[in-house]
Ligand binder design. Structure first.
Ligand SMILES: Nc1ncnc2c1ncn2[C@@H]1O[C@H](COP(=O)(O)OP(=O)(O)OP(=O)(O)O)[C@@H](O)[C@H]1O
Length: 258
């Protein structure tokens, strides 16, 4: 078994001041091995997105440590770290600049990271996410929701990251498009040997992409389990069982997204 590429140790994140202080993440530990896909599930407000934001350095941490290949990350994140760990957000409508073409959206990270071969990289990554060169000079409003999310994935991939942090990557999409994007992500992980940390409220989505998952509740880890245990309904915590029941039809339909 390979070593952990990403380690989160006793991560604590707080927001607000005084009596309004909220502990959004409370001593969370998680480890990701290279090439693994780990899911983070849990009710709204349980701290899932905050963990991803803390890893990328978008959120200041109050305690704990985040390590990449054994090296502790300090704020602000350097370009080398940002290149290795890329994030894909839920809403491709909000995450793509409305007045920038796909070409410009994909060129920007290359310019920031001073990567050569712009032309070759853009055409290659568009092909990889299933969009031909015809899409290169379109604006986001000239794309469907699924195509926009493909562009958002291409923008992350163009830097050749090792780890993708996926924050509800399919929940803004129609069910049929969700399945296409999940299949694309699965293929990319296999072909590029990527490591995924996926946040989703949808247990079927997590079971589709991840072998292992962590159930969050109130900023803490409630249970660590596997997709196989979810499918067979053999989860330990009552809370996880209730989530499973609430994910209507999950057990009956197996791990199909929807
Ligand atoms: N920037 C912020 N300022 C203040 N409080 C915040 C901020 N970001 C998150 N929180 C609070 O931290 C807690 C955890 O939020 P977080 O977004 O991580 O939850 P989540 O599990 O991702 O929820 P959801 O599934 O709804 O996205 C919540 O109580 C939220 O209100």
């Amino acid at each position: 078994m390979s070593e952990a590429v990403l380690e989160v140790e006793a991560l604590t994140v707080r927001f607000g001041h005084g009596r309004l202080k909220v502990t959004a993440v409370d001593g969370v530990c998680l480890h990701l091995r290279r090439g693994e896909a780990l899911g983070l599930v849990g009710e709204s407000g349980s701290g899932k997105s905050t963990i991803l934001r803390a890893i990328t350095g978008l959120t200041t941490i109050a305690g704990g440590q985040i390590r990449l290949d054994g090296a502790a990350l300090a704020p602000p994140r350097g370009l080398a770290v940002l290149r290795r760990v890329q994030m894909v957000f839920q809403d491709p409508y909000a995450s793509l600049h409305p007045r920038h073409t796909v070409d410009r959206i994909l060129s920007e990270p290359l310019a920031i990271h001073r990567l050569p071969d712009r032309e070759r990289r853009i055409l290659a990554v568009l092909r990889e996410v299933g969009l031909g060169p015809a899409y290169r000079f379109r604006y986001p409003h000239q794309l469907s929701g699924g195509q926009r999310q493909r562009v958002a994935i291409a923008r992350a991939l163009i830097l050749e990251p090792e780890i993708l942090l996926l924050d509800e990557p399919t929940s803004a999409l129609d069910a049929s498009v969700q399945a296409e994007i999940l299949n694309l992500l699965e293929a990319l992980r296999r072909e590029r040997g990527l490591t995924f940390l996926l946040v989703s409220h949808n247990l079927a989505v997590v079971a589709h992409l991840c072998e292992r998952l962590i159930v969050m509740r109130g900023g803490r880890i409630e249970e660590e389990t596997t997709a196989a245990a979810l499918r067979s309904g053999t989860v330990a915590a009552d809370y996880t069982r209730r989530m499973l029941t609430a994910s209507e039809g999950f057990v009956r339909r197996g791990a199909a997204p929807g």
